[in-house]
Design a protein around this ligand. Structure first.
Ligand code: TRP
Length: 75
């Protein structure tokens, strides 16, 4: 990431159902999945965008908190 920052914005995913998937996508020319995390109902994941992760895809019912606001996947 620019200016020697190895870490980017934080975001929070709160699962509203069992089996919510948090999928990390790679930064750079090649956009592919590099990590899949499964969350069960009520579980929370706190993560950052990094040199390795430029995007995140969420599957299932969840609340996603970012600096842009809160998004609910079921609305
Ligand atoms: N090793 C990954 C990285 O540093 C871990 C990670 C960071 C991650 N943010 C993520 C995995 C978001 C999934 C979703 O990039």
């Amino acid at each position: 990431m620019a200016d020697n920052l190895t870490q980017g914005e934080y975001f929070v995913i709160k699962a509203k159902d069992n089996g919510v998937q948090v999928i990390g996508l790679t930064r750079g020319q090649d956009t592919r999945f590099h990590h899949t995390e499964k969350l069960d109902k009520g579980e929370v994941m706190i993560a950052q965008f990094t040199d390795h992760t430029s995007a995140v895809k969420i599957r299932g019912k969840a609340a996603i908190y970012t600096k842009l606001g809160i998004v609910h996947t079921d609305e």
